[in-house]
Design a protein around this ligand. Structure first.
Ligand SMILES: Cc1cc2nc3c(=O)[nH]c(=O)nc-3n(C[C@H](O)[C@H](O)[C@H](O)COP(=O)(O)O)c2cc1C
Ligand code: SF4
Length: 612
């Protein structure tokens, strides 16, 4: 006999196994965690093998397969939160509540842990408590929280201003300067017609704003031409890149423009079904977004007979469950289908075989909003901004050591110096230009320009002032990727784990020159040999730091091995002499004992690290 809450969830999701992630959310909301019995019941109800349900439940970090506290507190662990004092605040909370990070308090009341990045870097240090965001934390706030938790006060009775999220936009240009009333862009597209709209899109030169910068017009055309009668439009609102929050601002303040953009895509490719993949960290936005969709349906701006019967297209929101890799479009589709978010082998690409094996268009939130604006202004107005290969403007999420963190809309082609002048970060010693997965540039490169010709960016700009120890950044990104690697392919699974071991050793000042060499070799191994973009970019910040700021690592070497002018070649040849080929994976523990063959060579000293 199914419990009434599960029954309701199954009915709402039409008993579809593809809705497994959503159903597990419902079960967890009802029962507090996903017990073995609950997983068994869900498997039986959906006629899925138990192993499949267990695999999905255990893949996502926001699903709990062990009991957790009634108050579940997750501190944002991004480097900018750390710079603002998040670790000390978490320690203070744990001490006051007499509990250890990652453990449930003895009375079952509280769990305190970290999560990768909450998307609140403009107002950190931040945390999520039972999924609700709280920024601008202070010692006073932590002490007040302790009291509320001790007295078991429900979250609804906590001061409401603690949960307020602001959306600062410090510079507006072509995309954001005028409001876009709901449906106007769709009407403009309907008047133009599908073919002319696609031509306009191609003429605009719009490239995807999610990071890779693929031509949006070419992608839409490929999806339109793909064989098949059913097509899907998917909005990637997973925004998991550390340091980025511009999609949060668009979802909060320009959601109608996003839906307009998805509807224009539906007109062009001929789709009736749309999905928004909303990251779990943005669950707090869900009620407002659902309400907005309902209002559009009520006003004839969404649904079966929208726009006086000219458009039959509706949108559902799918909630993610805490996995950075699900931002990668094929992993995202796996997740939409109720599976663990592991990237697919491509080809086939989503435009021909995506969601449920049908042609699927996946675009970033900002890309859809730009499409809506372009439908209103025409391609020429967009082309007035930007550069030859990077037309229009870009939203930047700027955080770190700047006077005014927040979102800035800038024309492509702007230099980093100009960006830093806008946000009050002129004294920076380094800037990451695409979160944890891009470049980290030093001052002498701040003349370089944002755009696909030079410095590509998805928009996450993190700024590091002259006093910062950049080793902290290196350690943070290494921990991030070791945690977020999905484990599917060997170079990334092993490379991220080895990097973490090496960085932990350096963090304890126990590093040797050989360890630095190993970091460089891991970069060479992962960059290019990994299955997806995560592994291919996982060591980029680390590698840039090694290259531009070698002293940051050298001063961490064990004192009796300190060599300020570190000679990599000498160390390399020395390392080669002591090199053994080895089944390195065996040292990484149970599920990682995979033979790496020629690609992975390890030395005595690394093996000792790995087995320690
Ligand atoms: C590890 C990884 C994470 C990603 N995360 C995101 C994301 O959060 N949002 C996003 O739009 N694209 C993300 N992407 C890029 C997507 O795979 C895809 O290229 C993008 O959604 C396409 O939309 P666009 O053409 O509009 O940029 C990610 C890629 C990788 C490899
Ligand atoms: S590169 Fe990393 S995240 Fe991507 S498939 Fe391989 S293990 Fe998974």
């Amino acid at each position: 006999m199914l419990n009434p809450s599960l029954l309701q969830s199954l009915k709402r999701h039409h008993w579809r196994p593809t809705a497994l992630v959503q159903i597990l959310h419902d079960v967890q909301d009802d029962q507090g965690w996903l017990s073995p019995e609950a997983l068994q019941t869900v498997a039986g109800a959906l006629h899925l093998p138990l192993a499949r349900v267990q695999a999905t439940a255990s893949f996502y970090s926001f699903f709990y397969t062990r009991p957790v506290g009634r108050y579940r507190i997750l501190f944002s662990d991004n480097i900018t939160d750390r710079m603002l004092g998040a670790p000390a605040l978490m320690d203070r909370l744990c001490k006051a509540l007499w509990l250890e990070r990652g453990h449930v308090s003895e009375d079952g009341l509280v769990t305190v842990d970290t999560t990768s990045c909450t998307g609140l870097c403009d107002q950190g240090p931040a945390l999520l408590v039972n999924g609700r965001p709280m920024g601008r934390l202070s010692h006073e706030r932590i002490d007040a929280m302790v009291e509320l938790i001790r007295q078991q006060i429900p979250l609804d009775q906590w001061p409401s201003e603690w949960f307020e999220v602001s959306n600062p936009v410090h510079r507006r240009d072509w995309l954001l300067q005028d409001p876009m009333p709901a449906g106007n862009a769709v009407k403009a597209a309907l008047e133009r017609g599908a073919k002319a709209m696609l031509d306009e899109l191609k003429a605009s030169g719009l490239r995807g704003r999610g990071g890779a910068g693929f031509s949006t017009g070419a992608k839409w055309q490929a999806c339109q031409e793909a064989p098949g009668s059913v097509r899907h439009v998917v909005c990637n609102a997973d925004e998991g890149e550390p340091g980025t929050f511009k999609d949060r601002v668009l979802l909060s303040e320009h959601f109608d423009a996003l839906i307009d953009g998805m509807q224009i895509a539906a007109i062009v490719i001929g789709a009736r079904h749309g999905l928004i993949y909303l990251r779990a960290e943005y669950r707090h936005l869900l009620p407002r977004l659902e309400q907005c969709l309902a209002e559009r349906r009520a006003h004839g701006l969404l649904g079966a007979k929208a726009f006086d019967g000219q458009l039959d297209f509706d949108v559902q929101i799918h909630l993610g469950a805490g996995a950075y890799i699900c931002g990668e479009e094929s992993a995202l589709i796996e997740s939409l289908e109720g599976k663990p978010g592991k990237p697919r082998i491509r080809p086939p690409f989503p435009v021909t075989q995506g969601y449920l094996g049908e042609p699927t268009l996946v675009n970033n939130v900002e890309t859809f909003v730009a499409v809506a604006r372009m439908a209103l202004t025409g391609a020429a107005a967009m082309r007035e901004r930007g550069t030859a290969q990077s037309s229009g403007t870009k939203l930047l999420s700027i955080s770190g050591d700047v006077q005014h963190p927040g979102v800035y809309e800038v024309p492509f082609g702007i230099s980093l110096n100009e960006v830093l002048a806008l946000c009050g970060g002129e004294s920076a010693q380094a800037v990451t230009t695409a979160g944890a997965a891009g470049n980290c540039l030093p001052r002498d490169q701040f003349h370089r320009r944002l755009g696909f010709e030079d410095v590509a960016t998805g928009g996450s700009i993190m700024v590091f002032g002259p006093e910062r120890d950049l080793f902290d950044l290196a350690l943070n990104v290494t921990q991030f990727f070791a945690h977020e690697s999905c484990g599917f392919c060997t170079p990334c699974r092993v490379g991220t784990a080895v990097n973490l071991r090496l960085m932990n050793k350096l963090a304890k000042d126990h590093g040797s020159p050989h360890d630095l060499h190993e970091l460089d070799r891991m970069h060479a191994l992962m960059h290019g040999a990994s299955h997806c973009g995560l592994g291919n970019t996982a060591s980029m910040v680390l590698n840039d730091l090694r290259h531009h700021f070698p002293h940051v690592f050298e001063r961490r070497l064990h004192s009796n091995q300190y060599e300020p002018a570190f000679d990599l070649d000498a160390a390399l040849s020395q390392a080669r002499q002591m090199t053994h080929r080895d089944d390195a994976g065996a040292h990484l523990g149970d599920n990682r004992s995979e033979h790496l063959g020629e690609a992975f060579v390890t030395t005595d000293s690394t093996r000792k690290d790995l087995s320690s």
